[in-house]
Design a protein around this ligand. Structure first.
Ligand code: ATP
Ligand code: MG
Length: 635
């Protein structure tokens, strides 16, 4: 671990030297004058005065060395489409798309909302915006019209790009129809709507004068060459709203140079990808372009690094639970990036699917997005036979805050731990009330001592004071970036995330993280997924209530069986955490409510369990799951 530690130490003690070196991983049109400037903390500027461009670094600069190498492979298990684009072809498509956008008035600094399913044109649109210096704001295609309207009004775009429809689990989702509804509700609607018509929605309506057909427009710009608009390193590249798990989403604003450098460095040190110069390997990130993982590791990261990226439209279990592994075999995927939720879904399927395909190309599976419980982590590590590395980050940071560093030296993986602070992140676990630093094994809030490294949010779009107050306002004595997550560091320096700071149960004077109780329940062999929330109690303040899904429905077939299982699960918690943490009640349900990004919606479960209304459900994935909770608690 010595090498990784020295690498980390240098990033903290000599940020100028460290990041100055990393900056060589990308192309600069105009060199920067200073690596770091902080005239007004907690704002900071990386690579001041340097001019660069994300599209140039992701596409154009590879033409000299790998024009014929595949850049993007588009696969849809929904429509059966498969398309391949070399770097030269990607360059051509992005230029044509940029020309179309330009013809519709898109310029430097203007916002473009992209509301699209996982298709190649969604990626071309993002890169085309970057090429023009326009600010894209990708809105996850699973969001309903009111969410889209909210984001339109915040970003005030000149253009919205969508497709007629997407497909999910064989069902058509009418994107353009949702766009029309959102625009009708929006105060700041875009002047133009550009539509990539996939022919999936025969009833789609066109609005004369506003709606533009992408295929027609693209025909007019067959051999278009759109020059790169060079941006100062700190100008905005995009806005991306956080998932909204805990409340109103925040418009995270990202820069250009810092982000490009951070991603380029992460491909090398965190993902250990490519041949050292970046060529010839394939990355498969199973997220969606609507999330930060999609921005960083479907689009910009792998392309900046000169890899082949896979854009996959479809579910992990359709047509069958082998689909991902089939993709790995067929496209020789070397680096895979997914989420614990998705792995838990696969864990419920027949394990034989994993054995059916040749996975020898795979070097690593990275996971992020929510706590990775030990049984899931063990199961997938054993099944794949390659390192499964958890890493922890947020929309705000753009890349990993806690991680292993296989590109430098792979520390022994400790189940349940996303590793150590990433280079550049001066992480400090502090007491949530006093801000005093916690010792080993002492639980506190995970914070970052400024400056935040390159790649992190520069502000909240249009709201500098929200940036300062919500992220740096928790402690009076010192400016610290708060992650709003609980964490603990063990004696060997491994970090563990213990859940969100608003997911705490205060029971009879004890403060318990819901995550800890969930972990204990997860150790029970009968349970598949669990959610624990604190519910108001006259006597104890709050009591923990659990909602669980079981691996085998036979286990809860009769009331007696349910009661016996509940008892043995509660006993498991008492055994692992002590009697004080014992759930007051366990409900067995068929599924748990999650956000569209796969995170448990604890605040809605808690509201129902306390007899309140659920509040904002705009990010809810499956309404049936919430009905299950409603029924369970007798609402
Ligand atoms: P909002 O901030 O709008 O409520 P969100 O926090 O769910 O939404 P994201 O930025 O997508 O939005 O998620 C980041 C959060 O996900 C982290 O703060 C943390 O709570 C959780 N998380 C991410 N990776 C991990 C991980 N490896 N282990 C545990 N938790 C994780
Ligand atoms: Mg968050």
């Amino acid at each position: 671990m010595r090498e990784a530690q020295a690498f980390y130490q240098r990033s903290i003690s000599d940020p100028d030297g460290f990041w100055g070196e990393q900056a060589q991983l990308i192309d600069w049109h105009v060199p920067y004058a200073r690596v770091l400037a902080q005239p007004n903390p907690p704002f900071r500027q990386w690579f001041v005065g340097g001019e660069t461009n994300l599209c140039h670094n992701a596409v154009d600069r590879h033409l000299a060395t790998r024009a014929e190498q595949p850049a993007l492979i588009y696969l849809s298990s929904e429509t059966g489409e498969e398309r391949y684009y070399s770097y030269a072809e990607l360059h051509r498509e992005v230029n044509r798309c940029a020309a179309v956008l330009q013809s519709l008035g898109v310029k430097k600094g203007e916002r473009v909302v992209i509301y699209m399913p996982m298709i190649a044109e969604a990626v071309f649109s993002m890169l085309a915006c970057a090429r023009l210096g326009a600010v894209h704001s990708v809105v996850f295609g699973g969001f309903a019209a009111p969410n889209l309207a909210l984001r339109i009004d915040d970003a005030k775009p000149c253009l919205l790009i969508c497709s007629d429809a997407g497909m999910r689990g064989g069902k058509t989702v009418p994107y353009k129809h949702l766009v029309d509804t959102a625009i009708a509700a929006a105060k700041f609607p875009p002047a133009k709507v550009l539509i990539v018509d996939r022919g999936l929605d025969p009833d789609m309506k066109w609005l004369e004068g506003r709606d533009v057909d992408y295929w027609d427009a693209r025909e007019e710009f067959r051999d278009a060459q759109v020059p790169i608009t060079w941006l100062e390193s700190n100008e905005p590249s995009y806005i991306l709203y956080t998932s909204g798990t805990t409340g109103k989403p925040k418009g995270v604003q990202r820069d250009v140079g810092g982000y490009a450098v951070a991603l380029a460095a992460s491909m090398k040190y965190i993902y250990d990808a490519g041949d050292g110069k970046g060529a010839g390997e394939t990355m498969f990130t199973t997220s969606d372009i609507g999330w930060v993982v999609g921005h960083s590791y479907i689009v910009y990261g792998p392309l900046i690094h000169g890899m082949t990226t896979i854009v996959y439209e479809g579910l992990p279990i359709r047509p069958d639970a082998g689909i991902w592994w089939k993709i790995v075999e067929e496209h020789k995927v070397s680096t895979m990036f997914s989420s614990p939720t998705a792995i838990r879904v696969l864990k419920k399927q027949d394990p034989a699917w994993l054995k059916k395909y040749d996975l020898s190309s795979l070097k690593y599976l990275f996971l992020a997005g929510e706590p990775l419980d030990e049984p899931t982590s063990r199961w997938i590590s054993d099944s794949l036979g390659v390192p499964v590395l958890d890493h922890y980050w947020q929309t705000e940071t753009g890349w990993a805050m806690l991680t292993y560093l296989p590109g430098i030296e792979l520390a022994a993986n400790r189940f349940g731990s996303p590793g150590f602070p990433s280079y550049g992140f001066n992480i400090r676990i502090v007491n949530d009330m006093t801000g005093a630093e916690c010792g080993p094994n002492e639980k506190g809030v995970l914070t970052v001592v400024p400056p935040l490294p390159p790649g992190c949010l520069t502000t909240v779009w249009g709201d500098d004071s929200r940036y300062v107050n919500s992220y740096f306002g928790q402690f009076e004595h010192e400016l610290l970036y708060t992650s709003s997550d609980w964490a603990v560091r063990d004696d060997d320096g491994y970090y563990f995330i213990l859940g969100r700071t608003d997911d705490v149960i205060n029971t009879a004077g004890h403060r318990l993280g819901t995550r800890e109780i969930e972990e204990a329940l997860q150790a029970h062999p009968a349970l598949a997924e669990v959610a624990v929330v604190g519910v108001h109690d006259e006597v104890k303040g709050q009591v923990p209530i659990g909602f669980c899904t079981v691996k085998d429905a036979a286990l809860i077939a009769t009331p007696e069986a349910r009661a016996a299982l509940e008892k043995s699960c509660i006993a498991k918690v008492a055994e692992l955490l002590g009697a004080v943490a014992k759930p007051y009640k366990l409900h067995f349900v068929a599924s748990l409510p999650k956000t569209r990004s796969g995170k448990l919606l604890r605040r809605s479960i808690q509201a129902l369990a306390e007899g309140r209304e659920t509040g904002d459900l705009s990010t809810l994935d499956d309404p049936n799951a919430l009905e299950e909770i409603r029924k369970a608690v007798g609402r």
